[in-house]
Design a protein around this ligand. Structure first.
Ligand code: FES
Length: 107
């Protein structure tokens, strides 16, 4: 089988999907029916944050409120605006690291 785009392996599920050239990580996961949490899809809310375990992603424009520099340095990225540069291994976040949109938070 001929590959056209980079592979994305999602841990801890161990599922690998192929991204189309230029496709964001989130779009590739959703297109392959992997239901990962997301919100605005424009880099503004932080709901789509995942962790990069191996490989590299290119960031598009995003709000520092959605992902600050410390979180980015620790390997977190916004799947809705990041495009894999090659094969990547990523993981879901621990519950305490997740960020849900304001409308889903308990008051
Ligand atoms: S879905 Fe809102 S920042 Fe990605």
């Amino acid at each position: 089988m001929v590959r056209i785009g980079p592979s994305i392996t999602l841990q801890p599920l161990g599922v690998t999907v192929e991204a189309r050239p230029g496709e964001t990580v989130l779009d590739a996961l959703l297109r392959n029916r992997l239901r990962v949490f997301h919100g605005c899809t424009r880099g503004g809310c932080g709901a789509c944050r995942l962790r990069l375990l191996d490989g590299a992603v290119t960031f598009g424009r995003y709000s520092k409120g959605a992902l600050d520099d410390d979180e980015r340095a620790r390997g977190l990225f916004l799947s809705c605006i990041c495009v894999p540069e090659g094969d990547v291994v990523i993981s879901l976040l621990e519950p305490h690291e997740s960020r849900f949109p304001r409308w889903m938070r308990k008051r």
